[in-house]
Write a protein that binds this ligand. Structure first.
Ligand SMILES: [Zn+2]
Length: 171
């Protein structure tokens, strides 16, 4: 989620973090199933360019429903406790949903490609994984952990500033 949180901090309402997150879950269903089956190759068609496009489309189509559910639940809670100014807009633009979904699958493809030897991201055009080991495995985790912490913090600050800007000034 590190890449998504940095993008969210930078782009605000222009990208959906829910559709980014949903894309992460959907794209890793295949490796999850293959792990249970004890397959030799875990990262198959879902971790190719074509797979990432298909998963991105599915994520973008499902995300509006998930956004309404998550944000609706959150808004019910904050309204219940009287924090009405923290109510979050429930509608997200279609471009924000699609951007989240495709940034989700493509960043996942690149980051997994750096770490997993069983991937062939450009299959069927190329059976090798040209991304492998361009960045060390532990560095990918380290960089993404920092990105997640920095991105989440900046996103919260950005949101807090926008909520504060909507308040009537005492003068
Ligand atoms: Zn993956």
């Amino acid at each position: 989620m590190g890449a998504g949180l940095v993008a969210k901090a930078a782009l605000g309402h222009r990208i959906s973090i829910v559709s980014f997150g949903l894309a992460q879950v959907l794209i890793d269903i295949e490796p999850g199933v293959r792990m249970i089956r004890d397959d030799d190759v875990l990262h198959g068609i879902s971790h190719t360019l074509w797979g990432a496009i298909v998963v991105g489309v599915v994520a973008a189509l499902l995300a509006p429903w998930l956004i309404r559910m998550i944000v609706g639940r959150y808004n019910t809670e904050v309204a219940h406790y009287g924090f009405t100014r923290w109510i979050y807009p429930e509608s997200v633009s279609a471009p924000a949903v699609w951007l989240g979904a495709f940034l989700g699958t493509f960043s996942h493809l690149v980051l997994d490609g750096l770490m997993h030897a069983d991937m062939a991201p450009f299959a069927p055009l190329m059976s090798a994984n040209p991304l492998l080991d361009m960045v060390a495995h532990d560095d990918v985790y380290g960089i993404m952990t920092v990105c997640a912490a920095v991105g989440a913090t900046l996103w919260m600050i950005r949101w807090w500033l926008s909520v504060r800007a909507q308040q009537p000034r005492p003068d």
